[in-house]
Structures are given as structure tokens and as C-alpha cells.
Design a binder for this molecule. Structure first.
Ligand code: ADP
Ligand code: MG
Length: 711
């Protein structure tokens, strides 16, 4: 048996039979710890209801009421619907009304007991509460409880479900909020007064954090005098303590990782001579921007150090990252080292290859392109030359790192568009050479608040400046009803020889439906709307080589319109494409929209992006679109995106290297994260504590934060 009581299985709790245990397990809850670290999503002060008779107009209050009748009331305005509900308590009745939320008819029905929270208004029809917050109290009572699993004793229910500050949980699998409350209550009871604590005593004292046992108790069952506002803001002492604990553990691993990388030695540090500088000068096709110069200096300084570089270059779409990478590559090659340059797609790898080959034409360096599509024979030859050292630079897709590419002396690995790139590849590639310098490039700016965590073990360079002469992309948001106007505009552009993108969102859950929509739209556009133009369809379900064929043909101008799901968002260059129409723009993330529109405006022609949206649009949706029409600064957009969506959704995918956090929130709690980082550094510097903390990291840190294999 484990000595840590939190590692006990939930199976031993009362009311948890084999079936419920399996259900919990599926929902990710196996141990007491899993259960206790799933916090309430909010807290309700069920001790303080007011009666309807005592409500004062204009003052927010909660009432516990019964539904008498409810239903949708049409209005004279065609798209405007009111959902109306008559409720009562012992002292009186009132009418609750919601506008344009017809789904409420499935939420409420007569005889339900509900809690409403809102402001009373006196109207000509009597007392009315417009748009109150609501909770159906009886909702979770109705969940089936099987005989096998029993029902909790009534006495328990009274104590924990009413008459106090009550925790409210998100439904987990078959587990209702109420059942979860009961389980948590039972899991807490047998815990000893002192639990093993990953936080060193000194840290706890300095940060004035309460004990772990007390925190776990209070986060679920707050004491009567706790501030409900603090609890709901996740700022109670219990929250602070437990979030800090998680952040501290996270930072221990990040700091340790960085230190370990710092003690690695690469095969050879580069030296920069006059000859290197001359070589650079000769191939430069234009004057570098100030930002480009700065980041090249940062990169080359890293390359001159004995430790491997581990640097992230953030530059907005079009800021000119490729030339920066090429400069770094030149420095490595001048030093007799080999360079691997990876892109997320074949088409992008090809573009890099052709651009860079043109620039390196007059140099003595040889390069090769290696993708999934490279014929076997050519591939064999290239591999032989790479391992023999007669080729200095290889450009390719991830196929490059997944297979048996042996480089003789890999000095620099460049990874383009990291956010679309399995982070795993970074680790694999580094393992291939003798700790090469690694430069990761991304056009998704990481907001300041996240940089510490996401890439806490990387050094970061930033480019905000755009090369001179860039035409800003005119962005407008339009309702779908003005589609014809937009099509007319697209037609005019194509008639002048330009090309256009029409983009559809593809959300994972409804991929099939959306794909169908995109396919039908492509047919409709090519047959009915633009019969005189050549229309192609590109979508994520196509095989890699089919995608590349379509994209390649579009690059060569063989199509006028490319209808696409979001697969084009990476850095492909089609300078002749000047219009992008984005359908259902309200469904995309801001940063994603910004990336997408960066596909136009890459040539000398004036470019535009039209964001089409559908009614009804939420206020948040409107704000997001406005952010895009307001600014073209990717960093500003990233910050707004983060504010609007929260870090969980910011990157969309796990592979971005974002940690999986159980209780903390990178945005909400970022000050605490910074504090935790400071403490982690101090604790690791303390010889009395370091060993125990390192042991903690070395047992399952990656798994815990979902960062397995992230290098
Ligand atoms: P991204 O950062 O999106 O990868 P690219 O490296 O593809 O951007 O550069 C975008 C375009 O800007 C390219 O056509 C490139 O040649 C051009 N460019 C980059 N730097 C400069 C500069 N300093 N002056 C003029 N044009 C530049
Ligand atoms: Mg690029």
C-alpha cells in the first residue's frame, strides 16, 4: 500500500461500486488525489436566499423558487424571441425573462426548483427579472442512482448541499455535481491532519501558504466566514496554496531542464571571422531591418557559446524570419557544421529550398531537399552525401527527423512554424546530433504572460518590425448577407489577374459536417458563382501529396480560387493572391485568423481580407472580429486573444508544449506563476533541499504536466 493517503483508490469510498469506479476512471479520476484536485467551478452561498417579497428593485439577489410556467413568447420582430418564466416562492411571484435564448425551453419545466440570481425590475407588467443567472436545483437529484451503489445518508446531504457555501462542480462523466460533492466529502474525512507536502517548509512560510490538508478541505467546503467572491475568483487562501503548489512543481521541472541543458556541451562552438561576415554580406538580398539585425546578433552570440543554443524566434507573419534563419545557417556552415532546416509541410519545405538555393547560388555550399515525396534513389544518394559530409544543408519536412537521416556533423537545427510542429521532433532531432544549436521559429507570438511557462526553458527573441514597403492588409468584417458584394469584389480581383482564397473553418467535433459544407461550397462556387474561373479545393482529409499537388498548382497560378479548410495557415507564399474571404470567421481563434490573413499581402499588390460572420453573433464574437479589423500587429492580437479565450484554448493543441494544469490558470494566476518560479530557483539553489526536489521532478514530472517527450 502506498504511504501517501492521497494515492488511495476511489473504489474504497462508500457509494462507489465497480461500475461507478470504472466511470470515474474513464473521466480521469482514479485516486483520492485526482478527485480532490478537481476543484469546484464555482461556489454558491446557499445560506443567504432572499424572499421575493423582500427584493428591492435594482439590487442583485438570489431567490430559491419554483417554476409555475414557462415558454417562448414570439415578438413582432422576426428574429427576436423572449423566453419567459413565471416563478414563485412562499412570499410572492415574479417573471424571469431571457432574450434570444430559445434553448432555455429545454432547461426549464414547471415544478422545478431553481435558483435565480439577478436584479429585479418594476415594469408595467409587474415584477420582472431580466436575464438572471440560474441553476436548476433539482437537476442533479434526478440523476439515477443504482441500488448497487446506494444513496448517501440523508444527514450528510443536509450538511453539505445546503445551508452553507456550497461547491458546484462540473458534471464529470456520469458523475453529477451532487454526487461529486458527496464523494469529495467522504474522501476528505479519513485523511490525516498532515499530508506529505511537496512544498518545502521555508517556501510555505515565506509565501504564507496554509497547510495542504486544510487547503484541500477548504477549497471544497469553505469555512462559513470565507469570502464567496474570493472563492469564485479562485483567490481564497486554499486556492492560492494549491495553485502555488502546482506551479512550484511545474517550475521545478522547467528550471531543472534549463539547467541541465546549460551543462551540455556541443561538439563545436562557432567562431565569427571577417570571412564569415563577408560571406553574409555577399548573399544578403536586401537591407536587414533593425529587428532582424538584433535577433541575428542574439542567435550568433548563442552559437559562439559552448552550450547548445535553445532559442525561440517569434516574428509576426511576414516579418522576415527566413533570412534570419539563413544567416544563422551560413555562420554554421562557414564553421564546417551541417544544418537541418525543417518545415511543417512539403510545400513549405520546397519554398524554403528554392528560395534559399537561389540565395546560396554563388556560395560554395551544397544543399538538398528531403521530403516524403523524394524518390527512393535520390533519397539514398542525398542521405549518403549528408552522412559523408559533402552536403552542408538539408531542408525538409518532419520525414527528415522521423527517419534514418544521419548527419555527419549537425551543428544547427532550424524548426520553422513550431506551433504546427510536433514538439517531439525537436527532441528527436537534438538527439541525432551531438547537442546541436536549436532555433525554433514561430509566427504565433506568445503573449508575455505565457512565455515563462510555455517556453520557460527557451531563450526568446522577438521581431515586431516589418520589412519596409509592406502594404497593410485591409481587413473588414461583413455579415453573410452581403456575400454577393464580396463575390463581386473577388471577381474584379481575379479579372485583374489576381488569385483568391476562400477559407472554411474545420472544427474537430464536426469535421465531417464541415468538410461536407466546404466541399459543397466549392462545387457551388465553381458551378454557379464563378463558372468562368478555375476553383480548387484543399482540405485536411486529403493525403499529404494530394495537398501538395493542389497547393503547388495554386502557387503556379493554375487555379484562380482556392477553397480551403484551415490547412493553409502556415507560411506558404503566393504573392499573387490578394484576397482572402474567411467564412464563419466568428468560429476561429483570433491568432488563427491573423495567421490566415497573413497568406495575402505578400506581394506588391494591395491585399484584403474579408471576415464573413453569421447572425446571431455574440458580443465576444464581435469583439474578436473588431480586434482584427483594428490592428495588424500580431502581438497585440495575441494578447487580446489570450484575454478573450484563456490560455487553454489559445494554442488549441496539446502539442504546442503548453502544460496540462489541474488547478492553476496561466492567465488568471500568472503572478503566482512568477512567484513560484522565483521560489523554485531559490529552492534548487539550496543544497539542503535540492536533492529531494530533483527526485520529485525525476519521478513523473513530464507525465504529470502532459509534456512527455517535449524537448
Ligand atoms: P516570415 O517571417 O513570415 O517567415 P518571410 O521570411 O517569408 O516571413 O519573409 C516575408 C517576405 O519579406 C519575403 O518575401 C522576404 O524576402 C521579405 N523580406 C524579409 N526581410 C526583408 C527585408 N529586410 N527587406 C525587404 N524584404 C524582406
Ligand atoms: Mg516563414
Amino acid at each position: 500500500m502506498s504511504s501517501d493517503p492521497l494515492q488511495g483508490s476511489l473504489q474504497y469510498l462508500k457509494g462507489v461500486g465497480p461500475r461507478r469506479a470504472a466511470d470515474l476512471h474513464r473521466a480521469g479520476l482514479s485516486t483520492v488525489e485526482d478527485l480532490l484536485y478537481r476543484f469546484p467551478t464555482r461556489y454558491e452561498d446557499r445560506g443567504h436566499f432572499q424572499t421575493i417579497a423582500s427584493l428591492k428593485p435594482g439590487v442583485e439577489a438570489s431567490v430559491a423558487v419554483e417554476v409555475l410556467s414557462c415558454g417562448i413568447r414570439p415578438t413582432r420582430r422576426p428574429r427576436f424571441k423572449i423566453f419567459e418564466m413565471l416563478v414563485r416562492d412562499k412570499t410572492g411571484s415574479l417573471r424571469a425573462v431571457w432574450f434570444n435564448q430559445p434553448f432555455l425551453k429545454d432547461v426549464f419545466h414547471p415544478h422545478q426548483r431553481v435558483i435565480l440570481f439577478g436584479k429585479l425590475e418594476l415594469t408595467s407588467h409587474g415584477l420582472q427579472m431580466p436575464g438572471p443567472q440560474y441553476e436548476v436545483i433539482r437537476g442533479d437529484d434526478e440523476a439515477p442512482v443504482t441500488a448497487e451503489e446506494g444513496t448517501p445518508a440523508d444527514g450528510d446531504v443536509e450538511v453539505i448541499h445546503t445551508g452553507r457555501i456550497v461547491p458546484v462542480y462540473e458534471k464529470t462523466g456520469q458523475l453529477t455535481a451532487k454526487m461529486q460533492r458527496t464523494l469529495v466529502h467522504q474522501a476528505l474525512q479519513p485523511l490525516p491532519a498532515v499530508l506529505p507536502d511537496p512544498l518545502p517548509e521555508a517556501v510555505r512560510r515565506r509565501q504564507q501558504l496554509i497547510g495542504r490538508r486544510e487547503a484541500l478541505e477548504h477549497v471544497h467546503f469553505p469555512p462559513a466566514d470565507a469570502s464567496v467572491a474570493d472563492l469564485n475568483a479562485f483567490r481564497s487562501p486554499a486556492h492560492r496554496r494549491l495553485i502555488f503548489e502546482e506551479f512550484f512543481l511545474f517550475q521545478l521541472g522547467i528550471v531543472l531542464r534549463k539547467r541541465r541543458a546549460g551543462s551540455e556541451r556541443k561538439a563545436r562552438a562557432v567562431v565569427v571571422t571577417d570571412q564569415t561576415r563577408e560571406a553574409i554580406r555577399q548573399i544578403l538580398p536586401f537591407k536587414l531591418t533593425g529587428d532582424q539585425k538584433t535577433v541575428i546578433r542574439e542567435i550568433v552570440t548563442d552559437m559562439q557559446r559552448p552550450q547548445p543554443m535553445n532559442r525561440l524566434l517569434q516574428g509576426d507573419v511576414g516579418s522576415g524570419k527566413t533570412i534570419v534563419a539563413l544567416m544563422a545557417a551560413l555562420v554554421a556552415m562557414e564553421n564546417g557544421l551541417q544544418v537541418a532546416f525543417m518545415a511543417p509541410t512539403e510545400i513549405l519545405a520546397e519554398q524554403h529550398f528554392f528560395n534559399i538555393r537561389r540565395l546560396l547560388e554563388r556560395s560554395r555550399f551544397r544543399m538538398t531537399l528531403l521530403t516524403g515525396g523524394t524518390p527512393a534513389k535520390k533519397r539514398r544518394e542525398a542521405l549518403a552525401e549528408l552522412s559523408g559530409g559533402s552536403i552542408q544543408m538539408v531542408i525538409g519536412t518532419h520525414a527528415l527527423v522521423q527517419e534514418d537521416v544521419a548527419l555527419r556533423e549537425l551543428g544547427l537545427a532550424i524548426i520553422d512554424e513550431q506551433h504546427r510542429f510536433g514538439v517531439l521532433q525537436r527532441a528527436t532531432l537534438r538527439a541525432k546530433g551531438l547537442h546541436p544549436d536549436v532555433l525554433v521559429m514561430t509566427a504565433t507570438p506568445i503573449p508575455r504572460t505565457l512565455a515563462l511557462t510555455t517556453y520557460g526553458d527557451l531563450d526568446v527573441s522577438v521581431m515586431r518590425e516589418m520589412p519596409p514597403g509592406r502594404q497593410p492588409i485591409a481587413t473588414t468584417a461583413r455579415p453573410e448577407s452581403r456575400r454577393d458584394e464580396i463575390y463581386a469584389f473577388v471577381r474584379r480581383e481575379i479579372e485583374q489577374g489576381r488569385q483568391a482564397y476562400i477559407v472554411y473553418p474545420l472544427v474537430e467535433e464536426s469535421a465531417k459536417v464541415d468538410l461536407k459544407a466546404a466541399t459543397e461550397m466549392a462545387d457551388h462556387l465553381s458551378q454557379d458563382v464563378f463558372p468562368e474561373f478555375r476553383v480548387a479545393l484543399l482540405h485536411g482529409r486529403l493525403k499529404e501529396d494530394a495537398k501538395d499537388r493542389v497547393m503547388g498548382a495554386f502557387v503556379r497560378g493554375e487555379f484562380d480560387i482556392l477553397v480551403s479548410t484551415t490547412v493553409i495557415e502556415v507560411g506558404v507564399d503566393v504573392p499573387n493572391a490578394t484576397v482572402m474571404v474567411i467564412e464563419h470567421a466568428e468560429r476561429f481563434g483570433l491568432s488563427q485568423l491573423h495567421q490566415l490573413r497573413g497568406r495575402v499581402g505578400r506581394g506588391a499588390h494591395k491585399s484584403s481580407c474579408v471576415l464573413l460572420y453569421q447572425y446571431p453573433i455574440t458580443d465576444q464574437g464581435r469583439d474578436r472580429l473588431k480586434a482584427l479589423t483594428d490592428t495588424t500587429d500580431g502581438f497585440e492580437i495575441a494578447e487580446r486573444d489570450l484575454q478573450l479565450r484563456g490560455p487553454g484554448d489559445f494554442f488549441g493543441t496539446r502539442q504546442s508544449g503548453m502544460p496540462t494544469l489541474r488547478v492553476g490558470d496561466l492567465l488568471r494566476d500568472h503572478a503566482l506563476m512568477e512567484e513560484a518560479r522565483r521560489e523554485a530557483i531559490a529552492a534548487l539553489d539550496d543544497p539542503d533541499q535540492a536533492a529531494a526536489l530533483i527526485a520529485l521532478v525525476d519521478t513523473g514530472w513530464e507525465q504529470r504536466f502532459g509534456l512527455v517527450g517535449v524537448g
